[in-house]
Design a protein around this ligand. Structure first.
Ligand SMILES: [Zn+2]
Ligand SMILES: [Zn+2]
Length: 134
């Protein structure tokens, strides 16, 4: 039996489900994530595209193709919350913060980050025991 996760946007118009285990669960410090999402680093849960699905509110979903990066923001037209973004591989990246918010404030333990990616590009230093990759 594979794990199933649910999130919804702030106005609850859009619901999203994720199935199984992510391909990547990590903190990403790359310029692209920062530019796309205006965060100091992205708390990434990256799934193969087929495992992340809109289960309700498809008509409220809009997507924005970044003008020169192969990335998209997928968000709710009503409240503006980003539900996930895509990367150049077409993976769907859901924020750990959104999943935690929709899960009583706690990220399920099996989804915790196991590394920092592009740490050399960081805006902020992180003091934790996770491996750091350039
Ligand atoms: Zn919404
Ligand atoms: Zn990144």
């Amino acid at each position: 039996m594979s794990n199933q996760y649910q999130v919804q946007c702030d106005c609850a118009a859009v619901q999203l489900s994720m199935t199984g285990a992510p391909k990547v669960q990590a903190f990403c410090h790359c310029d692209d994530c920062r530019d796309l999402l205006q965060v100091p680093y992205h708390s990434v849960l990256a799934w193969d595209e087929k495992w992340v699905n809109i289960t309700s509110g498809q008509e409220q979903v809009a997507e924005f193709q970044h003008p020169h990066k192969r990335m998209k923001r997928i968000f709710c037209k009503s409240c503006g919350e980003v539900l996930y973004n895509t990367n150049a591989m077409g993976w769907k990246l859901v924020s750990q913060l959104l999943l935690a918010k929709c899960n009583g404030g706690q990220l399920p333990a099996e989804l915790a980050s196991n590394a920092h990616f592009f740490y050399a590009k960081r805006n902020v230093d992180i003091e934790d025991g996770l491996p750091k990759r350039s």
